[in-house]
Design a binder for this molecule. Structure first.
Ligand code: G3P
Ligand code: CA
Length: 288
């Protein structure tokens, strides 16, 4: 059993700007002793997922770490959206009837910019946009936040790894400060994780999944983290990951998507290093 410390992050509102103080994890010298709380797709229980509103809401709640999903338009622009299709989280079916199944990769960035990505969640968010990754990075930077960036469906977007790195570099996110503790790149595709690691070995990489323990050493060659569905985790599995060294030190485990307080506490008991959640404030309270 690992010792527990409060994981609260303090935020102060100063003239409209959000000041977020470092969490205890940022200064922990050795093994993290309380799970880091990551806002999944932003504070996605309070605001439409993967929008700028969702990361602003996470900042208002005092959360440094947000997670997103990156895909590519038909004309080669990177945008932030979870599903391969625009249908669930935008009004694309009304704006572009007849273009089923409304996949991101079949629309230009200009077409996607016309969509409303907020009304489905609530009238208060009408007019919210699908952000481009550039817009998203600028807002995360302005909010002084940190990012778990997921390369989503990379098999649909050849070369998306190199393109994402180019954009991150242009936005100043591949400098030593950001690489030290502001950026994690993850994917369900081991090939994609390995590719990013090969292109920029300084980036903290995470594989999304729960590989068999016997295969973990192979993942440790290119990943620093195993980010698993919480239902697949056990204390023994977390310990098996912790026993390995990734490219930058002892490997870690983040669990998703952890929205129940009891689940968060159970995972904390396993020594899980991070929990990715739609309800970060609820989980922060549960872990105090
Ligand atoms: O961050 C982990 C989690 O986002 C993976 O699942 O489907 O929500 O992208 P999904
Ligand atoms: Ca994701």
């Amino acid at each position: 059993m690992h010792a527990r410390v409060a994981a609260a992050t303090t935020a102060a509102l100063l003239g409209g700007a959000v000041l977020i103080l470092p969490s205890p994890h940022a200064k922990a010298g050795g093994r993290i002793t309380a799970p880091l709380v990551v806002a999944h797709r932003g504070a996605s229980a309070d605001a439409p997922e993967n929008t700028l509103d969702a990361i602003d809401r996470a900042a208002e709640l005092g959360f440094e770490w947000v997670e997103n999903d990156v895909q590519r338009t038909s004309d080669g622009r990177l945008v932030v959206l979870h599903d391969a299709s625009l249908a669930r989280t935008t009004d694309v079916e009304e704006v572009y009837p007849g273009r089923s199944p409304w996949n991101v990769r079949d629309f230009t960035a200009a077409e996607i910019a016309r969509l409303d990505a907020g009304s489905w969640f609530g009238p208060r968010f009408a007019g919210a946009k699908v952000p481009t990754l550039r817009e998203y990075m600028e807002r995360v930077s302005r909010n002084h936040q940190k990012l778990v960036l997921e390369i989503k469906n990379p098999e649909l977007y050849p070369g998306i790894e190199r393109q994402t790195l180019r954009l991150l570099s242009n936005e100043g996110w591949l400098d030593p400060v950001h690489l030290r503790d502001r950026l994690i790149v993850q994917s369900f595709s081991a090939h994609s994780v390995r590719t990013v690691h090969r292109l920029r070995p300084g980036i903290t990489m995470a594989f999304l999944g729960t590989p068999p323990v016997a295969r973990l050493p192979r993942y440790a060659e290119f990943a620093d983290q195993i980010n698993s569905d919480h239902r697949s985790l056990s204390s023994d599995y977390v310990s098996a990951v912790h026993a390995l060294h990734g490219p930058h030190g002892p490997m870690k485990v983040f669990a998703w998507t952890v929205d129940e307080p009891a689940t968060a506490r159970r995972l904390a008991g396993f020594g899980t290093d991070g929990v990715i959640t739609n309800v970060p404030d609820t989980i922060r309270r549960a872990l105090r």
